[in-house]
Design a protein around this ligand. Structure first.
Ligand code: ATP
Ligand code: MG
Length: 208
């Protein structure tokens, strides 16, 4: 129960990394499912500042992505959003984020880094894996068409979970907006409205 979780020691905090351009129901279902499976007290969404694996010119302003993530998570008391990556200069590295989370929360917190299995493979092959594994447990979420391929993962440090299959991606949402196709029910209602209001993802922001 919630009361049991509040008494549980140490606190278990999920850190959900992503570009969130825009945040969609795949992200939200993944966070909710991992929170349930791993008995997490909270999940902090951390929109990436400059995702080093993505072309900067193609990524929407950090402020828009941050606001959309806030809108999408606002009504869930377990979810919150951190500005730490978007306020940090330079490219975004998960290891910096986990170090900062660790400093912020002290040692009395267990961290669970949640991301898609695709992104997890990239993080674990490029960054300091030994330190990453000291800082957090890693949870990779599978969605249709994505498999974790890295064979060298130590036991107990990485878990792969099947998220109720939602074949939604941010790229697909952006493409649909560009083509004038609906994104209702792929993203929270507030995100549809925010995108309409701001004209995000249209080739010509003044058209439509
Ligand atoms: P893009 O299409 O631009 O790559 P995305 O939908 O993959 O965007 P990201 O912000 O890159 O969204 O996602 C953050 C993390 O969430 C990624 O590691 C991604 O694999 C994972 N994720 C995205 N969509 C889903 C989904 N439908 N189910 C489970 N995990 C997902
Ligand atoms: Mg992706």
């Amino acid at each position: 129960s919630g009361a049991e979780q509040r008494r549980r020691n140490p606190r278990r905090v999920g850190v959900m990394g992503g570009t969130f351009d825009p945040v969609h129901h795949g992200h939200l279902v993944a966070a909710s499912e991992v929170a349930h499976l791993f008995h997490l007290d909270d999940v902090v969404f951390v929109p990436a500042g400059q995702p080093y694996q993505k072309d900067l010119a193609q990524v929407t302003s950090a402020e828009d992505r941050y606001l959309m993530t806030v809108i999408a998570t606002a009504e869930n008391p377990q979810f919150s959003v951190s500005r730490m990556e978007i306020d940090r200069d330079g490219p975004t590295y998960t290891i910096d984020t986990l170090r900062e989370m660790r400093q912020l929360h002290g040692t009395g917190v267990e961290l669970f880094f949640i991301t898609g299995a695709d992104a997890l493979g990239a993080i674990l092959s490029w960054q300091n894996v030994d330190e990453l594994f000291e800082l957090a447990h890693f949870v990779g979420c599978n969605r249709p068409g994505h498999r974790l391929t890295d064979p060298g993962l130590p036991d107990g440090k990485v878990s792969l979970v099947e998220v109720p299959a939602l074949a939604i991606s941010s790229s697909e949402c952006r493409e649909r907006v560009r083509k004038g196709e609906p994104i209702w029910y792929l993203v929270p209602d507030g995100i549809v409205r925010y995108i309409n209001k701001t004209g995000l993802y249209l080739d010509d922001p003044t058209a439509g």
